[in-house]
Design a protein around this ligand. Structure first.
Ligand code: NDP
Length: 283
């Protein structure tokens, strides 16, 4: 008996369909949900991510506003764009594609976004609200992970959840969301001495380290739900996650693939946040 494979691509399509219905209802009220996507420079990987988000917007009936700035753009110019978008009533969500060029401070740009339009959930106000248990707009990757658990029927309350990674965009918010759902949560990071001893205790294992196939089969408890957030590009150009998928699949209860797992769910949650933001604006 292998694990149930949680098909993130299929689940994301389903969510986009649901969001499309909500977008149409808003459009009928004269409030077409709108997402502004800001891309600075010509990083090819960023361009691919932006195209995926714009395709998903199109599928869900969300209008997109494209802002492409050259890599020579200054921080002041970018802040000016954010200020304009903050004040534009047709824009309900603002997404600044990371990474930004080194001469621009990502923090000052991200923190300039109006929290009501912060569809990535990266502002301190959004993260603070999450800490206090009433999310404004929740960070997309961890909320995608939570929805995958929920829609797959994975029990969370009272279970031991182990999160590997403590970044502000994935690890920490994932841990908070699991805690909010009454899991007992352990967070691991690069200074955790015996990682395997901790992961073997996990009923739910969320891997967000960015280390290709670091989770070997002997690090996983039989029947565990394994959510692989990692996206690593191998020398042959293919993507792989943080989990040794083929081996772990035989032992886990549930597992997410890479690609086709958390990635498409992250995109779907961006769209869901845009529609939530537009709905709030509509009252
Ligand atoms: P960061 O590099 O910001 O954080 C990585 C975390 O993993 C750090 O907390 C680090 O610990 C920890 N870590 C690294 N190596 C080890 C190790 N050997 N053992 C235990 N912990 C370790 O990355 P992000 O959080 O931004 O992203 C994590 C991964 O998720 C990346 O592969 C990224 O590409 C992917 N990602 C995928 C998304 C998706 O949509 N599927 C969206 C966002 C990210 P320490 O703090 O001690 O350094």
């Amino acid at each position: 008996m292998g694990a149930i494979v949680i098909d993130g691509a299929a689940m994301a399509r389903q969510i986009l369909g649901e969001q499309r219905d909500a977008a149409l209802r808003l459009a009928a009220l004269g409030r077409v949900p709108g997402l502004a996507v800001v891309l600075v420079g010509d990083d090819p990987a960023s361009a691919v991510y932006v195209r995926a988000k714009e395709r998903a917007c199109h599928e869900a009936g969300v209008r997109t506003f494209d802002y492409r700035l050259p890599s020579t753009a200054t921080e002041a110019e970018l802040l000016q764009v954010i200020d304009t978008l903050n004040g534009d009533p047709q824009v309900h969500g603002i997404l600044v594609q990371l990474p930004l060029p080194a001469h621009i401070g990502a923090d000052s740009v991200l923190q300039r976004i109006d929290p009501a339009k912060d569809v990535d959930g990266f502002t301190w106000r959004s993260l603070g609200a999450l800490l206090d248990g009433h999310a404004l707009l929740a960070p997309c990757t961890p909320s995608g992970c939570m929805l995958m658990l929920e829609r797959s029927g994975v029990p969370v309350a009272g279970r031991h959840a182990v999160v590997i990674g403590r970044s502000s965009i994935v690890g920490k918010p994932a841990a908070l969301m699991l805690l909010e759902r009454d899991a007992t949560v352990t967070i691991c990071h690069s200074r955790t001495p015996d990682l395997a001893a901790v992961t073997r205790e996990a009923d739910i294992l969320v891997c967000a380290a960015g280390r290709p196939r670091m989770i070997a089969v002997d690090m996983v408890k039989p029947g565990a739900a394994v959510i692989d957030v990692g996206i690593n590009r191998m020398q042959n150009g293919k993507l792989c996650g943080d989990v040794d998928y083929d081996a772990v699949r035989a032992k886990a209860g549930w597992i997410t693939p890479v690609p086709g797992g958390v990635g498409p769910m992250t995109v779907a949650m961006v769209i869901a946040n845009v529609i939530t933001a537009a709905g709030r604006r509509a009252g």
